[in-house]
Design a protein around this ligand. Structure first.
Ligand SMILES: Nc1nc2c(ncn2[C@@H]2O[C@H](COP(=O)(O)OP(=O)(O)OP(=O)(O)O)[C@@H](O)[C@H]2O)c(=O)[nH]1
Ligand SMILES: [Mg+2]
Length: 359
């Protein structure tokens, strides 16, 4: 799981997420030496690569694949990504900072306008743009709108045809032909080659720019998206109210090797082998308590997200908790509350609140 930025408490000031940092001071680059010396010096390249395309083309899936771990949530519903996140890949040759963006679409609500602003800002910031197209979808107005958007920027654009695993090979060539005629794409060469020569922008350990809090909210949202359809994916947002880490005595009878031989509160001395290593008597284990609100727009949405006898929300809770536990490496209690916030997609306050979680 990603190493993420420190979790902020909800009452910390909610700041608008800044555009990805691009502080490449003129003096910060490698010193100019004579041509002979420069040729011998290994070149370190650093830059931003924006992943763009229509919703659902597989940008977040690609980001996770490129990084070799999950930093972005994925779903089969469009408009899953709402806030751009960075995925940082550092090698000894360079640092590629991928920007996973919301899908390009015509915005209706304030939420969607903000989503598109993330796209525009990433197009401005990036050194390279990768346009992902879905080979399973027919070319349409949405694709024309994407190309129109890209024609406004000077950044070199690479075309990546995705989901080729589920279409016949002979379907791919016509897609290339069509795009070739519509837009001037740069030829495909390894990405780091074309990044500017520059020192690292992030430490080797950093893999994303999102806070744990934002990641947890996204994990909960991903599980909801798995189970809801129609307008529900669009009207659901997750806000993490509190994250509280505690130390808790964790002795249970079932943890002991000889059941019944040890009192309920644990052994008097020594260690007991447990699945995740031994624990000494008197020791405690960390547990994180997370309280999250799920915002929907109407009462019937709330009923759907809760499900019959609470079945849907329970399933979401189980799956999200497991994934968060995997991330934290210890026990998690996850409390979910479904709340109606009418027209939250046009409420700047709610949108600020949700964006502010990113840190
Ligand atoms: N068959 C196939 N499915 C893919 C591939 N890449 C992504 N998908 C699926 O496509 C769906 C959308 O993937 P995402 O990664 O969420 O797409 P996205 O472009 O980030 O979508 P938005 O965030 O909504 O813009 C998911 O169901 C993925 O599993 C691929 O290469 N092949
Ligand atoms: Mg996405």
């Amino acid at each position: 799981m990603p190493r993420t930025a420190k979790t902020k408490t909800p009452d910390e000031k909610v700041a608008k997420p800044a555009a990805p940092k691009k502080t490449r001071a003129k003096t910060a680059g490698p010193k100019k030496t004579g041509p002979k010396k420069a040729a011998l010096k290994p070149v370190f390249k650093t830059g931003y690569v924006a992943l763009v395309g229509r919703p659902n083309t597989g940008k977040s899936t690609l980001l996770n694949a490129l990084l070799g771990q999950k930093v972005a949530i994925v779903s089969d519903k469009p408009q899953t990504t709402r806030i751009s996140i960075l995925g940082i890949k550092t090698t000894d040759k360079g640092q590629t900072v991928f920007i996973d963006n919301p899908g390009i679409h015509k915005p209706l609500h304030s939420l969607n306008k903000r989503m598109m602003n993330f796209v525009y800002s990433s197009l401005e910031t990036s050194d390279v743009v990768c346009l992902l197209v879905d080979a399973t979808e027919k070319f349409g107005h949405g694709d024309e709108f994407v190309l129109e958007t890209l024609r406004k920027v000077k950044t070199p654009v690479f075309l990546l045809i995705n989901k080729v695993d589920v279409v016949r090979k002979d379907k791919v060539l016509p897609i290339i032909d069509r795009y070739k005629d519509l837009f001037l794409f740069r030829e495909i060469i390894p990405l780091t080659e074309i990044l500017p020569e520059a020192p690292k922008l992030y430490s080797d350990e950093e893999i994303s720019d999102q806070s744990e809090r934002f990641l947890f909210a996204e994990i909960v949202r991903e599980k909801i998206l798995k189970y809801v359809t129609e307008e529900l994916p669009f009207v659901t947002a997750v806000y993490i109210e509190t994250i509280e880490k505690k130390e808790q005595a964790d002795w249970k009878k079932r943890d002991c090797p000889q059941s019944g031989a040890v009192p309920l509160e644990g052994p008097r001395s020594g260690t007991v082998p447990l699945e995740d290593g031994g624990i000494k008597f008197g020791e405690t284990r960390p547990v994180t308590l997370i309280r999250a609100s799920i915002f929907v727009e109407k009462d019937n949405h709330r009923k759907i997200v809760i499900g019959r006898h609470g079945s849907l929300i329970k399933q979401v809770g189980i799956e999200a908790r497991r994934e968060i536990e995997e991330h934290l490496g210890h026990k998690v209690y996850l409390e979910l509350h479904v709340k109606v916030r009418e027209r939250w997609r046009d409420s700047e306050d709610v949108l600020d609140l949700i964006e502010g979680q990113k840190g």
